[in-house]
Design a protein around this ligand. Sequence first.
Ligand SMILES: Cc1cc2nc3c(=O)[nH]c(=O)nc-3n(C[C@H](O)[C@H](O)[C@H](O)COP(=O)(O)OP(=O)(O)OC[C@H]3O[C@@H](n4cnc5c(N)ncnc54)[C@H](O)[C@@H]3O)c2cc1C
Length: 391
Amino acid sequence: MDFEVVIIGAGVAGSSLALALAKEGMDICLIDKGAPEIKGDIYKGRTAALNLASLDILEELGVRKGIQNYLTPFKNIYVWDSEGTSSLEFSSDEIGQPKLGDVVTNNAILSGTLSLLPNHKNLRFLSGDSLKTLDPQEESMKVCTEGGESISCKLVVGADGGLSSVRELSSIKIRTWSYEQKALIANLKAEKSHKNTAYQVFTKNGPIALLPMKKDNEEYLSLVWSADTDYAENLLALDEPSFLNELERKVESVVGKLSLNGKISSYPLHQLHAKDYYAKRSVLIGDAAHSIHPLAGQGLNLGLGDVEALANRILRNRRHGEDIGSEKMLIEYSKARKLINLRMMGFMEVFKNGFGSTNPWVRLGRNMAFGVAQKAPGLRKKFIKEAAGII
Ligand SMILES: Cc1cc2nc3c(=O)[nH]c(=O)nc-3n(C[C@H](O)[C@H](O)[C@H](O)COP(=O)(O)OP(=O)(O)OC[C@H]3O[C@@H](n4cnc5c(N)ncnc54)[C@H](O)[C@@H]3O)c2cc1C
């Protein structure tokens, strides 16, 4: 069996890349071990704050129209620290945009991408199969699956998440460390309107994000509470009223009384960055290349940026009759994305460490820096544009 590109992993990154290439007529094989059809509630699970650049990518793929009802615009960002010494507030009005992005669940985006896959006869989706071996040759790559498929292609793409098999089989090294934190994820109803604001408070046990959501015209909030592991375990052991009391206290009742809408789920947090994004005839995108702290819900923005950058280069080489798995192209992709992904990861670390620190010198520096950012119009605009992904 021959394909031009084999993509391992049909999460948002892998399924988006499959659409981007298949719609240009390429022969694509997409493989996922988990058969990620959306079962149950589309509003459940992880949430992302998609910036304007990511929304443009989904528009280009034809995905945005189908998920329009699941998108909630966020127009303002309000960040503060629980000591009451520092805060930042930004609005889309300041850069002449109607919004900074949309909040949406991972499930909603997946429902959009996966529903479009059958439209492409040149795209084969092997659902419920997984990668077994990779055998790179000079001109091609041989991919074998646990289900017994043997596929030849020009390039294999690892879109198989944080525990990427493509990364491991390609002997790509990683740099990783644990944050010693867990993220608690839940849907909340609030007494007051969220006013399409993304709230973020930094407490001494970790940052808490409340992202604005809407379902059937009813407002709710998506909680991402990143808490030190011991404290997170204590929170998970609390009964519902005590959990909500603690949360209201930590977010200083910024949206009034809170109630839970469903269950709380949790996952351990770590930072991961692949030292290279490519090896011979294989390349990484999305969480397979980088996992970042979810404090601002930015993980998917980076993944969709990878999709666009890689798709453009593959299609360009193909148009020019050049090898779509050439080392030259993979180096070019890797360099371009590393720069952007590392900058965002660094930015998140500055925020996390700057706001999260109890060190008085760090706090003094942070307060001075954010004082300047709050007042300097040029810097404010740059920051807002960065958050909206329009730089
Ligand atoms: C539990 C959890 C909660 C999160 N919450 C947030 C959040 O609140 N905010 C935020 O910004 N980010 C969050 N993230 C991160 C964000 O969801 C990711 O950045 C994003 O989903 C990554 O997309 P992806 O397509 O790269 O990888 P994934 O979504 O991980 O998709 C990988 C796919 O590869 C498949 N796969 C894996 N191995 C194989 C194999 N060997 N063969 C075939 N298929 C394979 C899997 O079945 C899966 O479908 C969370 C991540 C997790 C795991």
